[in-house]
Design a protein. Structure first.
Length: 560
């Protein structure tokens, strides 16, 4: 703790404290004597957070604990207006600070002792503590009489240099050349459909099988994200539920959250098919978020808990919005991006949705509507956020040698991008772009001779407008930090622009189908089946999935 006044904020006892483990107890109790303590590598003296059994920098396993100065730099903050948690009624401020002792260590926290309007990036902060039960929560206040804002600490690498960290292909043969996307299906999409989520899954799956000209007996693989975990509105029960309902006998199956975003189920299926474990893999993704919320409000099911990360949740950072809003703020600070920049993405998606009868929201949207919308967590407003809905999407991955015998011309896979070059923890990752886009984008281009200028249509993850902006820059459709100029006026991303973007309305207007809807639309465009929203002569498409999770990106091309 910094010297001076007492290092404790008033005890309230009303926050929900984090769970302590033997490995983290030192951190959550160290504030009892007014000192902040962080795990230290005894071999190289690096500070390690969250605590780990060994050092990520020198890989030594001699770990200790160091009492640090308690001083830090404010590197992000967002004023939350939407969410409420015990002890933190909105509005409240979520912040990130980088420790002066080792700026690689960032802590999510709440600022205290100041007006949110007086916060500035780069401010010097000092730790104080609030006791909640047996836990002493580190909070941070501005240093009185301190210098003006300093520069923000850098990330592990400059965003434009991500390609320098990409591993070369181990061999010239690509698994992508052995597979094809042969069938697609989509269930009803809507708000509060009050339909069992498994019914929606089966609706999409059966449509995809029929679209490919296959029978259910031809399906010998199942793949999904996130699987059967306790994820409430984000799963119908995974492979277990679908196999039981359809009576299949797959030779291979896959389901789980730690993969390349929702598109990871397709990438896993491609590897299985290329390796000879299956010939036709049915990949599926289901959301029933709006029905789930309705049932929770009626007391019929338990409401979703939000993010339970012990390093984030005690400070009210219970949504991906809280982390990504601060990343967007740093992009604004460094590159001059502003809310209007993000607005052009929202307006583009709504204009495209107007031509799509399956979209949830199709009414016109103006920049005044966007800028004047209800704040969610600054700088995000209502139209920066995707639309919770109910729906399912399915895609069939087949062995390429079978594709010529099926009902529709296949869509071929040119390349995938999956490499991680940054930390996975949300609050320790890339400072200025959505975590998990830079490495994956650079990896994609290392696996193909095609370049950004060859892409005819882009279906880029837009859980929030800033997700989409991050992918645009990471994939090289404009330079790093140049999105403000590229997006100005919206012409470049319109259907007749240089980069037709999210042509079905994206998740911001069509509905939150968690990336699989973007892949579905890319296939529709490459088949030439998009009707009034069709991009002329679309032959190459890029589709990304994942927002803050490990992400993946696919480069697809038409076989016509």
């Amino acid at each position: 703790m910094a010297s001076g006044e007492s290092g404790t904020a008033p005890e309230t006892g009303i926050r929900r404290p984090p769970a302590m483990t033997p490995q983290t107890e030192f951190y959550w109790t160290s504030g009892a004597d007014g000192k902040l303590r962080i795990q230290e590598c005894l071999s190289c003296t690096a500070l390690i957070h969250p605590p780990q059994p060994l050092c990520r920098y020198c890989r030594a396993d001699r770990m200790g604990v160091r009492a640090v100065s308690g001083y830090a730099v404010l590197m992000g903050f967002t004023v939350n207006h939407r969410f409420a948690v015990p002890g933190l009624p909105p509005p409240y401020v979520v912040a990130q600070v980088a420790l002066e002792d080792d700026p690689r260590v960032r802590l999510t926290t709440n600022p205290v002792g100041c007006d949110p309007a007086d916060l500035r990036l780069g401010m010097r902060m000092e730790a104080v503590f609030e006791k909640t039960g047996e836990v002493w929560l580190p909070l941070f206040r501005p240093v009185r009489g301190g210098d003006g804002p300093a520069g923000l600490p850098p990330g592990e690498f400059e965003p434009a240099s991500a390609h320098e960290h990409v591993r070369p292909m181990p061999k010239q043969e690509k698994f992508e050349d052995k597979v094809a996307l042969t069938g697609i299906g989509m269930s009803r999409i809507g708000r509060r459909l009050m339909v069992d989520p498994l019914a929606l899954t089966l609706e999409a799956c059966r449509a995809a099988v029929a679209d490919a000209g296959l029978g259910l007996g031809d399906i010998d693989g199942l793949s999904t994200y996130p699987g059967a975990a306790a994820l409430g509105p984000f799963t119908e029960g995974g492979v277990t539920a679908v196999e039981s309902a359809l009576g299949l006998r797959p030779t291979w199956f896959n389901g789980g959250t730690e993969t390349f975003g929702p598109g990871g189920s397709l990438i896993a299926a491609m590897l299985a098919v290329a390796g000879g474990l299956a010939r036709h893999v049915l990949c599926f993704r289901t959301i029933w978020e709006s029905t789930y919320a309705e049932l929770a409000e009626a007391g019929k099911i338990d409401p979703p808990p939000g993010i339970a990360d012990p390093w984030l949740a005690p400070y009210g950072a219970i949504s991906a919005a809280h982390t990504l809003a601060q990343t967007a703020q740093r992009h604004f600070h460094r590159y001059g991006t502003d809310r209007e920049t993000l607005g052009w993405i929202a307006l583009n998606q709504r204009a495209n949705a107007a031509l799509n009868p399956t979209a949830v929201y199709r009414d016109p949207l103006t920049m005044d509507d966007y800028l004047g919308a209800q704040p969610i967590t600054t700088p995000f407003g209502l139209y920066d956020c995707d639309v919770p809905c109910d729906g399912a999407v399915a895609v069939i991955v087949s062995a390429r040698e079978t594709a010529g015998d099926l009902a529709r011309p296949p869509v071929l896979v040119e390349a995938v991008g999956t490499q991680l070059v940054e930390r996975l923890e949300w609050d320790q990752s890339t400072p200025t772009h959505e975590p998990q886009v830079l490495g994956q984008a650079a990896h994609l281009w290392s696996r193909t001779d095609l370049r950004p200028g060859d892409v005819d249509v882009a279906e880029l993850y837009d859980g929030f407008t800033f997700n989409c902006l991050s992918w645009i820059e990471a994939l090289g459709f404009c330079g790093i930090g140049e999105a403000k100029d590229f997006l100005r006026g919206g012409k470049n991303i319109a259907r007749d622009g240089v980069l037709p973007l999210n042509t079905h309305g994206g998740q911001l207007s069509h509905g939150r189908t968690h990336g699989m809807g973007l892949i579905h639309e890319a296939i529709v465009q490459l088949r030439g089946d998009a009707g009034p929203r069709q991009v002329a002569d679309a032959r190459v498409a890029v589709a990304s999935s994942g927002g803050l999770t490990p992400s993946g990106v696919l480069l697809l091309r038409a076989d016509r």
